[in-house]
Write a protein that binds this ligand. Structure first.
Ligand SMILES: *[C@@H]1O[C@H](CO)[C@@H](O)[C@H](O)[C@H]1NC(C)=O
Length: 238
C-alpha cells in the first residue's frame, strides 16, 4: 500500500506537474516558479504533486465551500516571521534569550518534513460557527505500527487543529490539556478529516473538541477534547 503514495514515485526537489485533473483553481494558485525562490514564503496549504486524488477532491470541496465566505482556507508556512517572534516574546518576558543559530533553523514541526513524506494538510475555518477543519494525508515517515500512522503524529495534527480553532476564536492561547481516544488506526497515506469546534469559553479557558473521520464519514478514527488557556502577559511565566 505504501507504494501507492504518490510522493514515493517522485524525485525530491524536482517540480512535477500535478497528477490527476488539476482544477483551474489549483493551476492558478500553484505557481510554476523554481522551488528555491519560493521556499521561504511558500504557502504549504495548497495542492502539491504528492497529494492523492482523495486529498485533491476534499480540498476542492472545501474551496467550493469557501466561495461564499463562510469558510476560509488558512495559509500555512514553514518559517515563523520575526514579527510573530516579537509578538510571542510579550508573553514570556522573563525567558532567557535563545541563541540565534538554532532559531534560524526553527520551523513549524508539522511542516518540517520533505513534501509528501510527512504531514500534508490544509485547514479551513468557519468564523460564524467557530469550527476549524483539517484535511490530512499522513505520509510514509509518520509510521507507527506497520502500515498505519503513529499515534503521536495523529496527536500532533489534532493539537494543531484544535489549537488553530482556539487561536482564531480566543487570540493568543496555549494547549493546557489534550485528551484523545484512539478508536481505529489510520492507514498510512490515506486522507482523513479532523473536525474541530469551540464548545465553550469560561474566562481565560477555551474548550475545543474534535473528531477524526474518513472522507465518507463512515469511520471514526479518533475523538479528542482539549483545553486552551488564553495567554496573559501579566500572568504568564516561562
Ligand atoms: C464563536 O466564538 C465567539 C467568541 O470568539 C462567541 O462570541 C460566539 O458566540 C461563538 N459562536 C458560536 C456559534 O458558538
Amino acid at each position: 500500500m505504501l507504494r501507492s503514495c504518490v510522493s514515493l514515485l517522485r524525485t525530491p526537489g524536482v517540480l512535477c506537474v500535478p497528477l490527476g485533473g488539476a482544477s483551474p483553481l489549483a493551476r492558478d494558485s500553484w505557481p510554476l516558479r523554481s522551488y528555491s525562490s519560493e521556499v521561504a514564503h511558500r504557502d504549504h496549504s495548497l495542492p502539491n504533486p504528492s497529494w492523492s486524488k482523495d486529498m485533491r477532491l476534499i480540498f476542492d470541496q472545501f474551496m467550493k465551500k469557501s466561495e461564499d465566505g463562510s469558510w476560509k482556507r488558512l495559509p500555512s508556512y514553514k518559517f515563523i516571521s520575526s514579527k510573530r517572534l516579537e509578538e510571542v516574546k510579550i508573553f514570556f518576558p522573563d525567558s532567557k534569550p535563545v541563541k540565534e543559530e538554532p532559531l534560524s533553523q526553527a520551523r513549524l514541526f508539522p511542516r518540517s518534513l520533505e513534501e509528501g513524506l510527512g504531514f500534508e494538510y490544509a485547514m479551513f475555518h468557519n468564523q460564524v460557527e467557530n469550527r476549524t477543519v483539517c484535511i490530512l494525508q499522513g505520509g510514509p515517515y509518520l509510521q507507527g505500527i506497520p502500515g498505519f500512522l503513529h499515534g503521536g503524529a495523529i496527536a500532533t495534527m489534532i493539537d494543531s487543529t484544535v489549537g488553530m480553532c482556539a487561536v482564531l476564536t480566543g487570540g493568543a492561547v496555549m494547549t493546557a490539556n489534550l485528551n484523545i481516544n484512539f478508536r481505529r488506526p489510520i492507514p498510512l497515506c490515506s486522507v482523513v478529516v479532523i473536525n474541530s469546534q469551540l464548545d465553550k469559553i469560561e474566562g481565560r479557558k477555551l474548550f475545543v473538541s474534535c473528531n477524526v473521520q474518513s472522507l465518507d464519514e463512515k469511520t471514526l478514527y479518533s475523538e479528542a477534547t482539549s483545553l486552551f488557556v488564553k495567554l496573559d502577559p501579566k500572568k504568564t511565566s516561562p
